[in-house]
Design a protein around this ligand. Structure first.
Ligand code: NCD
Length: 305
């Protein structure tokens, strides 16, 4: 059944908080149906501004735009731009909005995507702002979970690893407040626990527990993350926690046969390569889902439906 039209046209996607359950379901449904169509976004230009390293997010956004007939401009790293001459982020994006119809930005500073959205009049998608948010990763995570479990309500989900600095788990945990009867197990070293600001948003909606212990046996979804080395103010602190959790085939023996193992990637050492062959390993499916989800999002924002 078609509900009332959602406010997609020209919408900024800065935080997952801006998306209702209806928005999320709309993107996932559209992502399920969307097919390459070189006429759909013909003549539209996406500016891809990556101030931090990226393989999947950057290339899947570019692939998504091109599969719908749009074009991509932008940069990956500031070398070669006037930022190295001292130009501000605001002046940079005030320039780019003259060339493009939409901005996709990844930047190391929390709040940078919001600042850009407040500065320009074209829509802005946050592809990761520091340790804060990564809303489009969450949409592809939810798409993947729905694909394998056929639902987003009533699931037991474990988030494992760096819950303090990992932006993907911040966005995902908040997104789960949109669904019913979710149980979250937050598994991390004590100094990398989920920030209190995120926990506060879960209170009374999502039932969660925090633990250091890698108990995965009753979970439907196990979402493993990389320790975010680049965000540690002190490298010695990183050295203390690196390698805390390593998912091996032996560890996976405790998984339910129907459980799915996800990771936003890149992995460093937290899932060994011999896990990839197990039936629960779905992180490369997750990667693949980035393209249809981002195609659907670009279509909704640029065309309105
Ligand atoms: C993540 C990110 O950049 O936050 N990567 C991604 O976009 N798939 C996760 C990470 O870097 O650990």
């Amino acid at each position: 059944m078609q509900g009332p039209k959602l406010d997609w046209h020209g919408k900024d996607i800065i935080s997952i908080r801006e998306l209702s359950r209806e928005h999320i379901e709309d993107v996932l449904n559209q992502a399920h149906q969307i097919r390459p169509d070189p006429a759909l976004l013909q003549g539209r230009v996406m500016a891809s501004l990556f101030f931090e390293p990226s393989t999947r997010t950057q290339l899947s956004f570019a692939t998504a735009m091109q599969r719908l007939g749009g074009r991509v401009i932008g940069f990956s790293g500031i070398e070669g731009t006037s930022i190295v001459k001292g130009e501000s982020l605001q002046d940079t994006v005030r320039t780019i909005e003259k060339y493009a119809d939409i901005i996709v930005i990844r930047h190391p500073l929390e709040g940078s995507a919001r600042l850009v959205a407040d500065t320009v009049s074209i829509p802005v998608i946050n592809a990761g702002d520091g340790a804060n948010q990564h809303p489009t990763q969450t949409l592809m995570d939810l798409f993947t979970i729905k694909k394998f479990h056929n639902r987003l309500d009533g699931l037991k989900i474990g988030l494992v690893g760096d819950l303090k600095y990992g932006r993907t788990v911040h966005s995902l945990a908040i997104a789960l407040t949109r669904f019913r009867k979710i149980t979250l197990r937050l598994i991390s070293p004590p100094n990398l626990r989920m920030p209190p600001s995120v926990l506060q948003e879960l209170n009374g909606i999502v039932s969660y527990t925090e633990t250091e212990h890698l108990d995965l046996s009753d979970l439907d979804v196990v979402y493993v993350t990389r320790i975010q080395k680049e965000r540690f103010p002190d490298i010695e602190e990183y050295e203390k926690v690196k390698g805390t959790y390593v998912i091996t085939p032996k560890v996976c023996e405790m998984l339910k046969p129907t459980a799915i193992l996800l990771h936003p990637l890149p992995r460093v050492d937290e899932i060994t390569p011999d896990v990839d062959a197990l039936p629960q390993a779905k992180y490369f499916d997750q990667v693949q889902n980035g393209v249809p989800v981002r195609m659907a999002l670009l279509k909704l924002i640029l065309l309105g439906a």
